[in-house]
Design a binder for this molecule. Sequence first.
Ligand SMILES: [Zn+2]
Length: 412
Amino acid sequence: MSLSEVAPINYRARWIVPVAAPVVHDGVISIASGRIVSVESYRGQSYLSDLGDVAILPGLVNAHTHLEFSDLATPIGTAGMSIADWLPEVVCARRQQQLTQDQRTAAILKGIDEVVRTGTALLGEIATKPWPYEAVVAQQSLASDRELRIVAFCEVLGLSPGRQQELLDWAETQIAGGGNDRIAFGISPHAPYSVPPALLESCIDRARSRSIPLAIHLAESLEERRFIESGDGPLRETFESLGLPGLEQYPLAITIDQMIQRVATAPRGLLVHGNYLSADEIQTIASHHQRLSVVYCPRTHAFFDHAPHPVADLMAAGVRVALGTDSRASNPDLDLWNEVRHLLRHRQDLDPRDVVAMATRHGADALGQPTYGRLQPGSDGHLFVLKTAAATEASLWETLLDAQPIQLLGER
Ligand SMILES: [Zn+2]
């Protein structure tokens, strides 16, 4: 081990926000070999790099994206459209683009670069077949000073047995490979309208046997609920127009509440979106607090012009809520701090402290990566730094929206 790997870097800052511990005014954070050694008050320590008027937060956690769309300059479709109208536009856009595998890989690597550049340290990625594991590993090693940790959820979907088996086999192969110290695998049954109950059970079985997390898009739209419960409505019309087989399996004999209970038998379950969860479903999620989390994607939620998100009700019930950008197919960028800003602007019923926890610790815990999302000894050494001259802790939170992120050279 070289001296440079063990010699700690010590930053002094006006504010340190450890997230899982009280805020420190005029603090010093020490980092060695990419890990936090200590967080303490300034009391004349030497060998400091004084950052001055800043607040240091943990590296951000983006709990949900689809990097394959990272080549898009603007979202697909138009703001305010329904999921039932948007899905065929995505299919159509992808058919028109006819991306080669090299172009798909380039899009994913571009997305990784974007999330790293904008301060994300830990990412929940929905990996669709074929996901370029080797290329992602190679990119990470190239950017070794800005390493990203990825939990890659292998996506499984299909209403026909052949497609289901193909994707289950592919997911199994990826998961059996085991990942590496930067990439961990999970499994993602896509959504109730594309994953019949037996396929959901197969995914839950694999999550349990491999001790990996599971992510599912759930309660995203009213159309989804109608298709599951009644088998008709705009989603059925969309799927019929796309010529999808297997639609006779809907309506399902299982409710969304029962699906949540089944997902709770996996070691860890991320319920993505949850835009239209009922009060009873929220209670069910809360009763499985250790295992279940909801991932809220604020700007994607706004893109589809959904009814107000039940985020406040979820948190009041004790549910862990993480944040995600979702993809560039429904969001202009992958900058997680822009999700925080969106909430600070549009959800003033939320406490800014909770919003920061959603962008850090809650995401880390949702993904099963507890060394991320908090500043404490032993935690990951990525920092997210904001320019702020706030004189009091109260004003730090009140002016959070105005605080500009800054890049820290030689951070680790
Ligand atoms: Zn998604």
